[in-house]
Design a protein around this ligand. Structure first.
Ligand code: SF4
Length: 254
């Protein structure tokens, strides 16, 4: 502890400059696989390497359903023609028909975090937003233990059957306007857990999701990007439609 304090005094402010400046510290993000615009190799081999069916072929391209990506790197490493890889972190997308909170909320937003059966990874990345490097308080984001004070419901995990009632009650107890943020692959699609005999296919099975945060787990800056999108202070990476899982031409789910 004392060494940490001394280092802080010696190096000065260590908080990230994001969002007012660029954040390029090595290792800040694991990246995400990107669609290949003109893949001319053996697409079936590449697609077959994905253990979750996140890759599929459409209009002569290999596209990525990032809601299902586990960051296993099988499409990037140990293959002759790897898929391209985005090394950034601004991946938060907003659902069609959803919008940021009203402007009066921009400088003070309270977040109720619900662990709906996650493995601990997404919850841990969310927890890091409170440390000195990310320091989300400087941007007006605060965690609250009660849904009655919350503006945003941040959900991690695939929503196990035992968490459905608790999650619904938390959502119902929140005042309006309110927004729901689904964080991580499990919250977006069920991930490696669902759909299964104890869990569904993510938060949107139960609640109207406004912002989606892909990643397994997403890095803290991606979660922060999602919060800034809901605060109306950053643009979303894209607008997404509700999940419609079906089997694609390669046999994967998309
Ligand atoms: S990194 Fe994602 S898209 Fe690539 S093979 Fe693994 S799960 Fe599939």
């Amino acid at each position: 502890m004392s060494r940490w304090v001394i280092k802080g005094l010696q190096t000065g402010v260590v908080t990230t400059r994001y969002p007012s400046g660029e954040e390029t510290t090595p290792g800040i993000s694991p990246g995400l696989p990107q669609a290949m615009p003109s893949y001319d190799g053996d697409t079936r081999t590449l697609i077959a390497r994905c253990p979750t069916g996140a890759l599929h072929r459409a209009d002569g391209r290999v596209v990525v359903e990032s809601r299902r990506c586990l960051h296993c790197y099988r499409c990037s490493r140990g293959i002759a023609k790897p898929i391209s890889w985005d090394s950034g972190f601004e991946w938060a997308s907003i659902r069609e028909g959803s919008a940021a909170l009203p402007a009066t909320f921009r400088r003070s937003i309270y977040i109720r975090v619900v662990d709906a059966g996650d493995c601990g990874a997404c919850l841990n990345e969310t927890r890091l937003l409170n440390n000195p490097f990310y320091n989300m308080h400087r941007l007006g984001f605060f965690i609250t233990p009660t849904p009655r004070k919350a503006d945003i419901l941040l959900v991690v995990g695939p929503v196990t059957d035992h968490m459905k009632t608790a999650l619904s009650k938390a959502y119902d107890a929140m005042p309006t306007p309110k927004r729901v943020m689904a964080v991580g692959t499990c919250a977006l699609s069920g991930g490696i857990f669902g759909p299964g005999f104890v869990t569904g296919a993510g938060v949107s099975d139960l609640l109207p999701v406004d912002v989606e945060i892909p990643g397994c787990p997403p890095p803290p800056l991606t979660i922060l990007h999602g919060l800034l999108v809901l605060a109306g202070r950053k643009s979303a990476s894209q607008s997404t439609k509700p999940v419609s899982a079906h089997v694609n031409e390669e046999g994967g789910i998309r």
